[in-house]
Design a protein around this ligand. Structure first.
Ligand code: PLP
Length: 377
């Protein structure tokens, strides 16, 4: 099955009980048992729900793993994955990891003894230096948010294997349409499905795919124990969103290239971060491991004042957090998504006050460019 076909026919594409071509919303908490312990595979919807299961099977197929899981948010998914570890375990993470991931490891998981170190995972030596005897996993986000740094999945996978570490990849920005980290050796792939998978700014969700049956059992145990599941209505919305993922990603890619071309020649734009540019430090790696470069662009306009002005002037770019939807969004990471990262740390990473991040939607590129042209003038 090719990629767009899989989005439609992967997982459980229809309802076995009725033939309904859209898996119904099984809005139910419990299931009648014929006798004690005799049932049709479902007992209670925290443990399993047919609509959620259809989504979980679909994402499993898209990421080419062994088992899928759906959670109430990306953060619930990330937290559940971290609950595979115990007090005294250590995890190495990409340094400009999503702000919420940084917050949960540095302010919540640390309190229960799960230690973490942030390193530039584009630098293999930096990862090697951070490995401790109690290190259990390497957690990579690629491309990153908002600087779009790209980690070499094949190389980090090899390093993880040599050091007996689990490789966990946050694949939110690329989506399985462009990038399938399990093929490069990842053990666990996760997403904020709130972004491209859902794609319509109408659902908050997270998904995880594991590439090993034992990991699948362990994660199901955590999911069922801690209970951060996705409800049936939102599971259905995600299945619906995923059907058009291919079309949306192709349209986003085309728009993004045109916008990058426009920004590249603009005098107000001091620096552009986009993995599709030949000048991007990891351009060749991005090209080798992803079918597309995605719809995220960050660019520096030099000052907070200028950034504020641009955000005030745009009409089609909606000033909002989040990304990956049909509508184009614009934000200033330092003041919004990355505000929970201390100013000093932001400066170290290069997340300046003049840095603008856009998530390119599927509107007409001409309108988006016109909008940016006027805002930057
Ligand atoms: C948004 C996001 C998350 C968190 O997901 P939520 O659905 O907002 O909880 C995690 N990782 C990345 C890369 C994100 O963009």
């Amino acid at each position: 099955m090719k990629r767009k076909t899989k989005l439609i026919h992967g997982g459980i594409p229809s309802d076995a009980a009725t033939g309904a071509v859209s898996v119904p919303i099984y809005q139910v908490s419990t299931y009648k048992q014929e006798e004690v312990g005799v049932h049709k595979g479902y007992e209670y919807s925290r443990t399993g729900n047919p609509t959620r299961f259809a989504l979980e099977e679909l994402v499993k197929d898209l990421e080419e793993g062994r088992r899928g899981f759906a959670f109430g948010s990306g953060m619930a998914a990330i937290t559940a994955v971290m609950m595979l570890f115990s007090s005294g375990d250590h995890v190495i993470l990409t340094d400009d990891v999503y702000g919420g991931t940084y917050r949960v490891v540095s302010k919540v998981l640390n309190r229960i003894g799960i230690e973490s170190t942030l390193v530039d995972t584009t630098n293999l030596d930096a990862i090697k230096e951070a490995i401790q005897p109690n290190t259990k996993a390497l957690y990579v986000e690629t491309p990153t948010n908002p600087l779009l740094k790209v980690t070499d999945l094949k190389a980090v996978s090899q390093l993880a294997k040599e050091s007996s570490l689990l490789l966990i990849v946050d694949n939110t920005f690329s989506t399985p349409y462009w990038q399938t980290p399990i093929k490069f050796g990842a053990d666990i792939v996760l997403h904020s499905a709130t972004k491209y998978l859902g794609g319509h700014s109408d659902v908050v969700a997270g998904v995880v795919v594991v590439n090993d049956d034992k990991l699948g059992e362990d994660l199901h145990f955590v999911q069922n124990s801690t209970g951060g599941i996705l409800g049936p209505q939102d599971s259905w919305l995600l299945i619906r969103g995923i059907k058009t993922l291919g079309l949306r990603m192709e349209a986003t890619e085309a728009n993004t290239k045109k916008i990058v071309d426009f920004l590249s020649g603009h005098p107000t734009v001091k620096k552009i971060y986009y993995p599709g540019l030949e000048s991007h430090p990891q351009h060749e790696i991005a090209k080798a491991q992803s079918g597309g470069f995605g719809g995220m662009i960050s660019f520096d306009v030099g000052s907070e004042e200028k950034a504020t002005e641009v955000l005030r002037k745009v009409r089609y770019f909606t000033l909002a957090e989040s990304l990956g939807a049909v509508e184009s969004l614009i934000s200033v990471p330092a003041k919004m998504t990355h505000a929970s990262i201390p100013a000093e740390r932001r400066a170290e990473l290069g997340i300046t006050d003049g840095l603008i991040r856009i998530s390119v939607g599927i509107e007409d590129a001409e309108d988006l460019i016109e909008d940016l042209k006027e805002a930057l003038a």
